[in-house]
Design a protein. Sequence first.
Lengths: 296, 298
Amino acid sequence: MQFVIDALLRAGDLMLVTLGLSTVYALVRFPNLAQTEYATVGAFLGLLFAGFGLPLWAAALAASVITGGFAVALHRLAFAPLLKVSPVIAMIGSLAAAIIVRSLIQAIAGTRSTRFDLPIETPMMVLGAAITMTQVVILSVTAVFVLGFLIVLYKTGLGRAMRAVATQPELARACGIDSNRVVDAIGFLGGAFAALGGVLLAVGSQVHFNLGQDLLLPVFAAAIVGGLGSPVGAVFGCLALAVVETLVTNLNFGFLTGDDFLYVPLAYGPAAGFCLLVLTLIVRPNGLFFRESARV
Amino acid sequence: MSDFIVHVLIIAATYGIAAASLNLQIGVAGLMNFGQIAFFGIGGYAVAMAASAGLPPIAGIPLGVLLAAGAGAAIGRLGRNLKAEYWAIATLGIAEIFRIVLINEGWATGGAGGIGGELSLFPGLKEPAATWAMLGVALAGLVLAWALARGLTERQFGRILRLMREQPDLAVSFGHDIVRYKVKAMAVAAAIAAFGGALATSYIAYISPGDLVSFGTFMLWTMVIIGGVGNNRGAVLGAFVVQFIFVGALFLKDGLGLPSELAGALRMLIVGVLLLAFLMIRPEGLLPERLRKIDAED
């Protein structure tokens, strides 16, 4: 049971950022390496607002809105012009933007880890597994926003327009869909979701200026395992990645060598995730859940 | 002061070797390697580990070059079907796996602390002769790497790589085995980068996983893009420009009296802004790739 909780918590950490990344990719068609920096920006903005005395939910909301706006501005000013040259150039541009954001946060906030000032709780025991109330809240908030996003995507006009632009940009434009507006809206949501994910990380554990870099590979691994550009795939990708990471470090591999105990060192958890990424790319270069043409 | 300039020149030359290698991949062959720093690190660790195994450090150079060539060939083979963006992410992931292995296998690699010690290629020489010899070797190595990269770019091999970059389907229809060319290009480029890494590590006399974070790859990319993607001279020029800007940041820090904690952030900021500015204003770099004339008899 502890295993399930650990895997869920890890998946929850990655979920919101991955969902934003994968959905934005469906529209703009370049992997935005700055997407995970939005989580750092959001986390530090949230900490800043909380420092002003705002309640946690208000700080999180304000941080998400501002970060969403920042994501839209960055896309319009930097990535959209670069995208006209080529997707790879835009990708390098997004890496440059990520480095700039990271160095600014490092310069302003310093290199120490910080977190929200919350009381320390004793974990509850649920079916033999330890989990704190905060963790329950974090998981619930994540689940609500992920579900809400999927409902927007599959039940509303914006979602339909978004999927139309993603699958057939020219046809969508011919039907009178303003694709720039759709890209802005989804870019805003992607940035805001990443920011919320960052705030939740700062609530649950702690954050530092390098958070974006630490998240980059797991998030991309999850997005690619699920199929870049597929929102539902992003959800499953996160779960798959979390299960693999948790499994590798918790399983007793003694039976392979005949020893009583043989555990993979904890630090190899992330490596397992990246191996999953590389394996997925080799076996199914378009991800596990990818469908080229989806019905709108 | 002249000691300091020699130091910067040696570092710039070793990074120039790795930049020339990266240019061969991204500029000529269109293979978007985001894990270049790992090849650099293979060369560096080969020298350091050879020395800790009791061998002369210089023996680590061929070892590292061969290992990196093998790794490059394997990556080229594994990634043969990947689109540019996926190639980039896969190489980023591989470089990170390499770094995690280095941190964890401390018995061989010194773990997160890395390996340091007497790694000079000329154990007999004393200062300052050793530094001057190192400068000579680094510059000679740079010329060698540049000549090799240029030689490969200008002959049939390079033509096929450029065709593969621009029109992969056409290259296949001409009967070129593009997987083989990807493998070869990666093997050669990795070997060159490892050579640069070996020289850098032997000069600095220390290497750790901290030197192999993705920011290293990013710096190499900046060098190639500032210099001019696809232009071998550009990659080398870019390496010197970025290194000297780094030094400039150091003086700026002292001039402004900033704490050293901020200096690292300032460096990153400068490189990031520089790269973004070049991408947006002058994407072809300082020395653009020249259009080549095609000789009918060729």
